[in-house]
Write a protein that binds this ligand. Sequence first.
Ligand code: FAD
Length: 539
Amino acid sequence: MAKDTRRREFLRLTAAAGGAGLLASCSRGGATSAAGATDGPAAGAATATADGASRAIAAPQATGSPSPADWAALGHDLSGPLVRPGDAAYTVSKRLFDPRFDSLHPAGIAYCRNSRDVSTCLAFVRKYGIPVAARCGGHSYAGWSSTSGLIVDVTKMAGVSVSGSTATVGAGTHLIDFYNGLAAHGRAVPGGSCPTVGIAGLTLGGGVGVVSRAYGLTSDNVKSLQIVTADGQVRTCNSSQNSDLFWACRGGGGGNFGVVTSFTFGTHPAGQIVLFFLSWPWSQAARVIAAWQSWAPHAPDPLWSNLHLAAAPGGSVPSIQVGGTYLGSISAAAAQLEKLYAAAGSHPSSPFMETTSWLHAMLVEAGCASLTVNECHLPTQNPQGRLSRASEYAKSDIFTKPLSSAGIGTLLAGVEKFQRAGGAPGASGGIAFDALGGAVNRVAPGATAFVHRNGLFQAQYTTTWPLGSAAAAVARQHAWQQSFWQSMRPYASGQAYQNYIDPALTNWRQAYYGANYTRLTQVKAKYDPHRVFTFPQAV
Ligand SMILES: Cc1cc2nc3c(=O)[nH]c(=O)nc-3n(C[C@H](O)[C@H](O)[C@H](O)COP(=O)(O)OP(=O)(O)OC[C@H]3O[C@@H](n4cnc5c(N)ncnc54)[C@H](O)[C@@H]3O)c2cc1C
């Protein structure tokens, strides 16, 4: 197979696993409940107990529902547009990434151009006691960046400016623009693969992905940030100012502590990078999984890798692929891969490896290998955008021990079952593992709010379907996914990734935050004592 054909084939296959996908396939998941149906108490309705005394924020005195004239006054006070039901832009403006949430009807969407606009919005929601949700890329798996009240959209605060090794990034920047803006200055920050994910949601919950074994999480690279807290104050957070809030904003999860308007990152040189994509026949899957899990988390830091198992309804066999990047020479990368082949007992049937520019590697990982940066957007984000929205259910696990052979058997059986699960035509079901270790695990669990510092790899159980699929088929896919995840309980650590937010998770406090949860509640009580920011899994 020619080199380009092999890569295209790999990307086509991995799209089904929810990783580096093509066009509509940059979709890693969602979950059950709709934001509008689950908004928590409105501003001032809940109380908090911890140490807010020294910075008491006056309890909001809600004055009843805002009238159309009140909304009009809000629109007048903002420098960015306010979109309301009935406006021509409303149908598009209220959308999140996943069409499952198109039925949600926010009362308003405020496109804030600056921190002052955000403060104005927060004064409005405090005054009227209506729910509020910050929104960046709109990829919340649960739809929790929408609300029945006011969406504070930060996407007009986008852009990357670089000074030396430091980058200041507008909180509304989409990932592909983040990578592009940095690469223009020869710099890089580790992040996820999906180009339309927002930097705010990603960073606040951690940010796991390409090169994180070398450079850590996205949140590990934040030096400072600006946030508007519930009282409308604009605060700078870093190691010396509001350091408790700074701690919480690195892994404590989006939507909890305020609306971030910008981040300052430390950056790394963005040189050439090796990309690799490998696949094996399904008959080799058990050996490849066993080999990958003993290799990928323990490899030298420059090596980052993922493993995808994917199936289709009625398919004869699922697929298994390993992909990744290496920061170094192609010969050094090849030497590392030989160790994987030796452990697996076979070479891949379709190996692909190339050295490429940093930005092109990010485009490939984004499923945009043959697209320009402008094209690697939704059309609503960029007129040249060629990506489309997609629906998906997802759940996650962080594994801290290698899977036993029984665990691998359960894993394979789970993927194979998708073929007989009665999914929609064109659907996919599978699991994507991202290797951890390296720089991610060298940070102490309590150093930032991101507690998961002992993982070998994290997993995402996903199922996708084409728009317009029969509801009954989608429900069967969802049932398959829940039961697959359930079957892996004996082998998983109980930790889950807070950015793969999962409304079905009952023990989410422990799973997302572990020993850091208590401290997070203290920060919440201090900066948002009346729970202006709330949703079903809010700290
Ligand atoms: C298709 C897809 C691919 C993904 N790939 C990866 C990946 O490779 N690696 C990875 O680590 N994660 C990945 N994720 C998970 C992703 O990091 C989270 O879903 C993240 O929360 C999305 O951020 P967002 O800004 O796009 O979403 P949004 O829905 O806009 O926001 C998510 C949460 O953050 C809050 N929020 C948004 N903006 C702000 C703000 N300015 N201030 C405060 N809170 C805010 C929202 O209220 C919401 O609660 C992926 C998700 C999807 C759907």
